[in-house]
Design a protein around this ligand. Structure first.
Ligand code: AMP
Length: 198
């Protein structure tokens, strides 16, 4: 018989900045009763709190660079421990490197759980920049300037291949076109999930 965590649905949502990861992750979480964990949101909270992690992360985020693996892995480990047992997680913006992916596998395996599927959102670069500049006006995030956006897209492309390959090698990789509407993206994701054994 499967334990509760073995039966859990654990999704990794990946996508370039501006692909709508946060919005779509919230929709999937609501639909599937999953816990939504966004490392970007967690880091922004740490910055607001003025914690040691926040101070270390602020400069890197402002330059569009990644925060060290051990920092984000520890944050996610604590969050997972706080929420288990639960129907599963949607990890938003994590893992971003193969080191983080391996650490996440270890973390879940220790709780008799595993990643079900990594879903990479795809959207054109032109559309990304249009959305990000709009978000900069609305939310005022300091890392939403044109130069930092460009750097974040470069960082994304540098890392996506190996992280995608990591999950592809396990037969756990799917792409979804995220250029229409968040609801359209949600429907495509639900369709993908219906083909895997969650
Ligand atoms: P996001 O909100 O996911 O776009 O993340 C904003 C920024 O936080 C990124 O550009 C990175 O600097 C940092 N960040 C978020 N998640 C991670 C992660 N998994 N690994 C390293 N850095 C991260």
């Amino acid at each position: 018989m499967k334990t509760e965590q073995q039966a859990a649905l654990n999704i990794v949502l990946f996508g370039p900045p501006g692909a709508g990861k946060g919005t779509v992750a919230k929709l999937v979480a609501a639909q599937k009763q999953l816990i939504h964990l966004s490392t970007g949101d967690m880091l922004r909270q740490e910055i607001e709190l003025g914690s040691d992690i926040g101070r270390e992360a602020a400069g890197l985020i402002a330059q569009g660079q990644l925060v060290p693996d051990e920092v984000v892995v520890a944050m996610v480990g604590n969050a997972v421990a706080r929420h288990i047992p639960c129907p599963g997680f949607i990890f938003d913006g994590f893992p971003r490197t193969t080191g983080q992916a391996a650490a996440l596998d270890g973390l879940l395996a220790a709780r008799h759980a595993a990643i079900t599927l990594m879903i990479a959102l795809e959207v054109s670069e032109q559309e990304i920049i249009r959305r990000m500049l709009h978000r900069a006006e609305v939310e005022g995030r300091p890392d939403d300037t044109i130069d930092v956006i460009r750097q974040r897209i470069i960082t994304y492309h540098e890392k996506i291949k190996s992280t995608a390959d990591y999950y592809r090698a396990q037969g756990k990789y799917a792409t979804v076109n995220s250029s229409i509407t968040p609801d359209n993206t949600l429907q495509q994701i639900l369709k993908q999930l219906s083909t895997v054994n969650g």
